[in-house]
Design a protein around this ligand. Structure first.
Ligand code: MSP
Length: 532
């Protein structure tokens, strides 16, 4: 799968979020997933770049600012602060925050537009049709209900437009796109989304308009400044601008020199067409390589219902992190929802999953094992290493292949699977210690046997914490510290080394006589507050 890692680099993007409102849980979801993936790439010692940012032009944003009576740029700046604040709260380690109102972005958009123009792929024509401002998209009649509302915005009516626009010759790229989908079945994932795109493309691609009139908030069309560049044409290029170094001259050559092509665009299913059809066609027109993979995840619901302001059942990501902490929130969304499928948030289930996996299976296991070590071994790490255990030892046998399996799962975005496989080792460790019953062995004076059991369990917890660190970095830090390591999973420079991965991802690294710290609960049982 990782053709991308040919030169050991991995770039993942989240969508550039609209700044019509503060971030919601949907934006948080994509960004958490992207962060987990990029942290795993770094953990392996690969050069990794996480791009996120904001999409700030277009009619939707302009109108929102007008309604609030705030200057448009000022409105954008305020909302951007709340995105940055949420990413900090969620412990997101992004490398670039791309804003489409940034000064270097206009230069990139102009140069790109010119390239496509020079190809003869842009022409002026009359646009007639229904425009959904909330989607910032012209809709086909079949995509609207009788009253002209689209499916995603049942309270925002599409508006009739009849105006002169510049068009991009998408139809010219029909067969080239079909060839790409055919030759690289992994380009669009998951398979269900790929089928949606294939169906759409099979109906025949139509040219789409890439300029608007009567709109100030955006970049003027270089060849005809009465027109403003369509927000999506501008926004997709935000991924390119993001690749510029801070003081670099903003041109395509500089932007594309180091990190291009993007390895993965992680997006929600509603914006698949833009990323899997329009965007590659735009890049083909500009004679640039296309991204390697586009993954469209599902939508989140709450208590089984579509989340939205109209139903009043939105889930505030800020409040959720305040209440439960960033690791808990990250873990739930990564583990409890299979990426690609729609997923539900239900607070009972949230508490249940966290208590079962983090408080009980992993946290309590560490606590009681370290407790026994204190009691039976005066807190000294046993003088044992992996070679003291036979290959078919019940924990070693799981631990020895775990890293390979989990690496595959992370790389294929099967995070739920990765968590389940890691938790299976913790589960087996709980069973192993219960069956081995060190407390009885102590009464029989069997010190060596006690140490043999405790070492195997502690080592299994260590490996679990290491492999879970992209998801729960703070908890992994706590576990590692209690086991006597001073590795910091939030420190990019310290963590991102191939040699460290080679060692720590293998079962049997807890070296003899390591100074183990006192047991402290790492994750307390959560309780549902009344009224939840
Ligand atoms: N600005 C465009 C993206 C431009 S990318 C060059 C945009 N922004 S958005 O803020 O409206 O949406 C951002 C992402 O949030 C999309 O991927 C969308 O799928 C996702 N989600 C919006 N609501 C969601 C849920 N309820 N659940 C999960 N994700 C959802 O589109």
């Amino acid at each position: 799968m990782n053709k991308s890692l040919l030169n050991n680099k991995f770039v993942v993007t989240t969508p550039l979020y609209y700044v019509n409102d503060v971030p919601h849980i949907g934006s948080a979801y994509t960004t958490m997933i992207a962060d987990v993936l990029i942290r795993f790439q770094r953990l392996q010692g690969n050069s990794a770049l996480l791009i996120t940012g904001t999409d700030e032009h277009g009619q939707k944003i302009q109108r929102t600012a007008e309604e609030k009576g705030v200057a448009t740029q000022e409105h954008c700046d305020r909302i951007v602060q709340s995105f940055e604040a949420l990413w900090e709260k969620l412990n997101i380690q992004y490398d670039r925050f791309s804003r489409t109102t940034a000064s270097n972005h206009e230069a990139i958009v102009r140069e790109f537009f010119q390239r496509v123009w020079d190809q003869g792929d842009i022409y002026l024509d009359q646009q007639q049709g229904w425009y959904c401002v909330s989607c910032e998209e012209f809709k086909e009649a079949r995509e609207l209900n009788e009253d002209k509302f689209c499916q995603i915005h049942p309270n925002k009516k599409a508006e009739w437009r009849d105006e002169e626009n510049y068009f991009f010759r998408l139809s010219k790229y029909q067969s080239q796109l079909e060839e790409i989908y055919q030759n690289d079945p992994d380009f669009i994932q998951p398979a269900s989304r790929r089928n949606e795109v294939l169906n759409f493309v099979n109906q025949g691609l139509k040219d789409f308009s890439i300029s608007r009139v009567n709109l100030d908030w955006g970049f003027p069309v270089p060849t005809d400044p009465k027109h403003t560049i369509y927000v999506w044409f501008d926004a997709l290029l935000g991924y390119v601008t993001a690749l510029l170094e801070p003081d670099q001259e903003p041109n395509l050559e500089n932007a594309l020199a180091q990190w291009w092509p993007i390895n993965l665009h992680l997006i929600g299913k509603d914006i698949l067409r833009f990323h899997a059809v329009y965007w590659p066609a735009m890049l083909l027109a500009a004679k640039l390589p296309i991204p390697e993979r586009v993954f469209g995840h599902g939508f989140l619901t709450k208590d089984g219902l579509k989340m939205g302001k109209s139903l009043g059942n939105t889930l505030d990501p800020f409040a959720l992190v305040d209440k439960y902490g960033s690791d808990a929130v990250r873990y739930y969304f990564v583990k409890a929802i299979e990426l690609g499928k729609d997923g539900d948030f239900n607070e009972h289930r949230f508490v249940e999953v966290l208590n079962a996996d983090l408080a009980k299976n992993l946290g309590n296991l560490l606590n009681r094992t370290l407790g026994m070590l204190n009691k039976y071994c005066q807190g000294n790490g046993p003088q044992l290493t992996a070679s003291d255990y036979p290959e078919d030892h019940p924990l070693k046998i799981i631990g020895k292949n775990l890293s390979q399996e989990v690496t595959k799962s992370y790389e294929n975005l099967k995070f739920k699977q990765a968590c389940e496989d890691i938790l299976a080792l913790a589960n087996a460790s709980n069973k192993y210690i219960d069956e081995g019953a060190p407390w009885s062995l102590f009464k029989q004076g069997k010190q060596a046997e006690i140490e043999y059991i405790l070492y195997a369990v502690l080592e299994s917890i260590r490996l679990s914490a290491y492999l879970l660190s992209p998801i729960i970095p703070n908890l992994s830090n706590d576990i590692y510290h209690q086991l006597g390591f001073d590795l910091d999973f939030n420190n990019k420079n310290q963590i991102g080394q191939k040699a460290i991965f080679a060692e720590h991802s293998q079962w049997g690294q807890l070296t003899a006589n390591r100074n183990l710290n006192k047991a402290r609960p790492i994750f307390s049982q959560l309780e549902l507050s009344s009224g939840d």
